[in-house]
Design a binder for this molecule. Structure first.
Ligand SMILES: Nc1ncnc2c1ncn2[C@@H]1O[C@H](COP(=O)(O)OP(=O)(O)OP(=O)(O)O)[C@@H](O)[C@H]1O
Ligand SMILES: [Mg+2]
Length: 390
């Protein structure tokens, strides 16, 4: 019965320390549970910490008197009598410090002064390595047998493992945050650069070409020589075509309509321009009235549509592509879907290209999600959802 009770208690301890708690919370919960479980009056958790890897007090339970403080300071000094716990990784326990043999003789006066009669110390271990110790003290004598020592060690393993998990989790979250910040910055820089390039192409080079076009026109009006006129007209056609190409390139990089008018006019223009260029049936469906969304969301939606339509044309060999923008007022999110009737692909085995991976990252930066429904021969259905509330 006792065995079962202890097993249950250790199990409960492990459950109470499940992942998701911070390091401090794990330490505090562990100590509170252990002192109750082992029927102790005071308890302390020390971890090896800092550059010198010395024992530092992390939590205490029970009444902490000045005398006890002195006793504890002595217990945790380097070369203390409990050093053997750190070195051997085994628990030690003294049922009655008044009759205590080695190694506690030196500490007995301190402990007794604080009213502590029985004492135990066990290692906190993680993957076999001692990362700290915990102490338990009681104001009355008690019997500690070898079974109790094993129990103390098992508890130390459970707590040590939970602690190291909690630390790893903190580290992981920190790294994750750093990565996300770096990614956001990279995306911002890329978009800024695209915007700058688009403006320069449109304003500088576009202006220059337009003035060439005007001058060619007046030149052609000034001459009557047929073969010169013909060549000037060829040049005019070529220049017009180049302006058109340039405008398309600039718009692809960053359409001014997106910043000035918003996602819906920008996508209307984009889809129309793709349909004209490819001769495919490409449609854009959106609500008639639509408020502007945040620039970040509009830009991301635009990039998703670009990637989706480009993929459908390039890889899907689709004949029909539908881009659909919806706003779900109830759950306060915006959804963009790109569907095509092309060859499809095995979305689970996606390993080429950066387009879809990049889109997923960008959507997740806005706490949104991306879904791909595709199968060989069955077309592709790309959908992203982005929450509107910050
Ligand atoms: N609409 C689609 N129809 C068919 N296959 C697709 C479609 N979208 C994506 N794929 C497949 O998924 C792969 C990965 O797409 P992704 O956009 O990530 O990369 P990519 O288009 O190959 O390269 P990048 O976008 O970096 O220029 C494609 O190479 C293609 O095989
Ligand atoms: Mg792509």
């Amino acid at each position: 019965m006792r065995h079962n009770r202890e097993l249950r208690a250790v199990n409960e301890l492990a459950e109470a320390l499940t992942l998701g708690k911070g390091v401090e919370a794990v330490i505090a919960t562990a100590l509170a549970r252990i002192t109750t479980l082992m029927d102790a009056d005071v308890g302390f958790i020390y971890l090896l910490d800092g550059e010198d890897q010395s024992l530092k007090l992390k939590a205490s339970q029970g009444i902490f008197s000045p005398d006890l403080e002195i006793a504890m300071a002595n217990l945790s000094k380097p070369g203390n009598p409990l050093q053997c716990v750190l070195e051997t990784g085994r628990a030690i326990a003294i049922g009655d410090v008044r009759k205590s043999p080695q190694p506690l003789t030196e500490l007995a006066p301190f402990l007794m002064q604080a009213g502590i009669i029985s004492w135990a110390c066990a290692p906190l271990k993680m993957e076999g390595e001692v990362i700290g110790v915990y102490h338990l003290g009681a104001y009355k004598a008690r019997e500690y047998n070898s079974h109790d020592l094993v129990l103390l060690e098992v508890i130390g393993n459970v707590v040590g493992t939970s602690l190291s998990n909690a630390r790893l989790l903190v580290e992981l979250r920190h790294k994750e945050g750093e990565l996300r910040r770096a990614l956001r910055r990279a995306v911002e820089l890329q978009e800024e650069e695209r915007k700058r390039l688009a403006r320069e192409l449109h304003d500088e080079i576009g202006q220059a070409l337009t003035s060439i076009l005007i001058q060619l026109k007046s030149l052609s009006e000034e001459t009557n020589v047929p073969h010169i006129n013909e060549r000037i007209n060829d040049l005019r056609a070529l220049t017009s075509q180049t302006i058109e190409e340039l405008r398309r390139l600039a718009m692809d990089l960053r359409p001014a309509a997106l910043d000035n008018l918003g996602i819906i006019p920008a996508l209307h223009w984009y889809v129309k321009q793709c349909a004209e260029r490819t001769g495919l049936d490409i449609q854009f469906l959106a609500p008639e009235r639509h408020e502007r969304l945040s620039p970040e969301i509009e830009l991301t939606l635009y990039r998703v549509a670009q990637e989706g339509v480009n993929n459908a044309i390039r890889h899907g060999k689709a004949q029909k592509i539908v881009v659909l923008l919806e706003r779900d007022l109830r759950s306060s999110l915006v959804r963009l879907t790109v569907s095509d009737n092309g060859v499809g692909f095995d979305a689970a085995a996606l390993d080429r290209g950066l387009g879809l991976v990049g889109i997923r990252e960008r959507v997740e930066l806005l706490r949104g999600s991306l879904q791909i429904e595709a199968a060989p021969g069955a077309g592709t259905h790309l959908s992203v959802e982005i929450p509107l509330k910050r």
